[in-house]
Ligand binder design. Structure first.
Ligand SMILES: *[C@@H]1O[C@H](CO)[C@@H](O)[C@H](O)[C@H]1NC(C)=O
Ligand SMILES: *[C@@H]1O[C@H](CO)[C@@H](O)[C@H](O)[C@H]1NC(C)=O
Ligand SMILES: *[C@@H]1O[C@H](CO)[C@@H](O)[C@H](O)[C@H]1NC(C)=O
Ligand SMILES: *[C@@H]1O[C@H](CO)[C@@H](O)[C@H](O)[C@H]1NC(C)=O
Length: 247
């Protein structure tokens, strides 16, 4: 919002530049350039909020699928999601422990002893886990694909549509920021506002890895910078330059 106002202010101040005999064509071109930046900046910003965390995207897919099936939309709990990230870390990158004959599961005691403290989640606010999905993939896939791989049987559909869930938390991580990629979804029947609460009320962001519910921009499984957005700015600059030279 502030950025938006700031740019409008700049647009207005260009009018006074024209008073200083800046050629009208150039002032128009500059104004267009700023408008182009404003547009691209605004759309880039919206994109960050909506899409730039694969764990949030997975929760969105889960809730869309649940509501299409007349199940309730689940609260995206950042504390639970951070615990899902610790749950992944307990596998120490060992894909073979996720499914199949060597499948392992972290001990229940780990939640109170390790996961909650690592997240700064109050142990007294831990609530029952009513379902879990876990996936390990050699390649990075996007949230909708991860969803179809997580929910691929009648048993997993039962977990997905379970009416006892009230909240959900999702996490994704790559070992050392690369392959293999782990996805974890935990469901709980706790009260959304009073379960898995952070001790100081603020999500403790734990890297590497991404978790849902914290309004945290997180690219892929490690916290990469975002070259995609830089491209948008470059493109805007080129479009604007095209206009200037076309004048
Ligand atoms: C919900 O997910 C299941 C499992 O992936 C899929 O078969 C079904 O078509 C999805 N429903 C909707 C409405 O997308
Ligand atoms: C899954 O559920 C559907 C409908 O409830 C049923 O028709 C199908 O046979 C089930 N599949 C398996 C593999 O159990
Ligand atoms: C929901 O919770 C109740 C009470 O704990 C339990 O008896 C029931 O089996 C649960 N339902 C499902 C679908 O898990
Ligand atoms: C939970 O917290 C949100 C935001 O703080 C609030 O809007 C909502 O009413 C609360 N829900 C309950 C059940 O207390």
């Amino acid at each position: 919002m502030t950025d938006y106002r700031l740019t409008l202010f700049h647009l207005r101040s260009l009018k006074s530049l024209r008073g200083l005999r800046l050629p009208a064509a150039m002032a128009n071109a500059l104004r267009f350039l700023l408008a182009a930046f404003l547009f691209v900046y605004a759309s880039a910003n919206t994109q960050i909020k909506v899409t730039d965390n694969p764990a949030d995207k997975l929760v969105a897919v889960i809730n869309t699928n649940r509501t299409a099936h007349k199940s309730s939309s689940l609260d995206d709990n950042a504390g639970l999601a951070c615990i899902a990230l610790q749950y992944i870390k307990a596998y120490q990158g060992d894909c073979s422990a996720v499914g199949g004959p060597n499948a392992k599961k972290p001990a229940d005691t780990e939640f109170a002893e390790t996961f909650a403290p690592n997240c700064g989640v109050e142990v007294s606010s831990l609530s029952p886990i009513t379902g879990r999905f876990l996936l390990c993939q050699p390649n990075y896939i996007h949230a909708p694909e991860a969803f179809s791989m997580l929910v691929d049987s009648n048993k997993s559909l039962e977990i997905l549509y379970n009416k006892n869930h009230t909240e959900v938390g999702a996490a994704v991580t790559g070992t050392d920021g690369g392959s293999p990629y782990f996805w974890c979804v935990l469901f709980s029947n706790g009260k959304p506002n009073s379960s898995f609460v952070f001790e100081d009320g603020v999500a403790k962001i734990s890297k590497p890895g991404c978790f849902s519910g914290a309004n945290d921009v997180c690219s892929r499984a490690n916290d990469l910078s975002q070259p995609g957005h830089l491209w948008l700015y470059v493109a805007a600059a080129f479009i604007a330059m095209g206009y200037i030279f076309g004048l």
